[in-house]
Design a protein around this ligand. Structure first.
Ligand code: XBP
Length: 283
């Protein structure tokens, strides 16, 4: 006969295992995940900023894709300038030019958003609604600046957009940009959650790495610039939240999109432990 102490121990460990699977917040990346902001927003705005300042530089779609290896719009600009003959040699001049261009780029980006030229990606609005209906807290975790996030979300969710999110962590609060896990750690701290109690949605290698280094399970939606992004250890990866085919693990084939229910299902059937980072995970 099993002892009461053994039974209690087993129950405690079952409860702990169940708790590890409980998913208490959804954390959203912004660029490439909520909308195709890189190709249709930032790239266009950078080129218009060059033009507005009478500069001959223009970035092609392909060149911008290569520059995306550098996180942060201003940092991306400085990196590109360091390789250009015609850029200022003096470091202070270079910084000043990068600051001017970046400010202008952000103004132009906000204009693009406000003209309605940056729709949310398929399935995003629906998943946001699922979470609101289920009272599931959501967070924004991004390397872009708060101004850019505000422009995009104000347009799509209205002037009270911040009410939809329990936390909004941008480059302003987390200056160590992805793949550094700082932005995720700050969001977890604000939500008072352990890493495996949240799920992140990301599209790019730097974002996936940031989430995984913070110990947060990640769902990967492939975007224009990262159509087949390596997703080792991801909870799930697939082409778009707006469809149910092409996902691994597979999604409900009767569904037309990735719902909150689907994400809960993936969490519940994830091989234990949910934590997928090979690196140290705890903040
Ligand atoms: C995307 C970025 C950002 C944007 C540009 O971050 O790397 O730098 O490209 O925005 P995420 P800024 O995927 O985390 O949303 O010009 O404000 O840096």
């Amino acid at each position: 006969m099993r002892s009461a102490a053994g039974r209690a121990r087993r129950e405690r460990s079952q409860r702990a295992a169940a708790d590890r699977r409980v998913f208490k917040a959804l954390l959203w990346d912004v660029d490439g995940t909520l909308a195709e902001t890189e190709r249709d927003g930032h790239l266009v705005a950078f080129n218009r900023a060059f033009e507005a300042l009478g500069m001959p530089w223009r970035w092609s779609e392909q060149h911008y894709g290569e520059l995306l290896a550098v996180a942060g719009g201003r940092e991306r600009l400085v990196c590109d300038m360091s390789r250009r003959e015609e850029a200022p040699r003096d470091a202070r001049q270079c910084e000043a030019l990068a600051n001017t261009l970046h400010r202008l780029k952000n103004q132009i980006y906000a204009g693009i958003v406000r003209r309605g030229e940056l729709p949310l990606r398929a399935g995003v609005a629906e998943l946001l609604s699922d979470c609101c209906r289920a009272h599931l807290p959501m967070g924004i975790v991004t390397t872009t600046s708060r101004g850019n996030v505000a422009a995009l979300l104000e347009w799509h969710l209205g002037s009270h957009w911040e009410h939809h999110f329990a936390t909004v962590v941008c480059a302003d609060e987390a200056p160590r940009k992805k793949p550094d896990p700082q932005v995720y750690r700050l969001a977890l701290e604000a939500l008072r959650l352990r890493p495996h109690q949240a799920v992140a949605i990301e599209d790019a290698p730097a974002g996936i790495e940031a989430a995984q280094r913070a110990g947060v399970p990640v769902i990967v939606t492939h975007s224009h610039y990262f159509p087949a992004c390596a997703a080792v250890g991801a909870l799930a990866f697939g082409p778009s939240l707006g469809r149910s085919d092409g996902w691994r693990p597979g999604a409900d084939p009767r569904a037309t999109r990735i719902s909150l229910e689907q994400i809960i299902h993936w969490c519940a059937h994830s091989p234990t432990p949910l934590i997928s980072s090979p690196a140290g995970c705890e903040p």
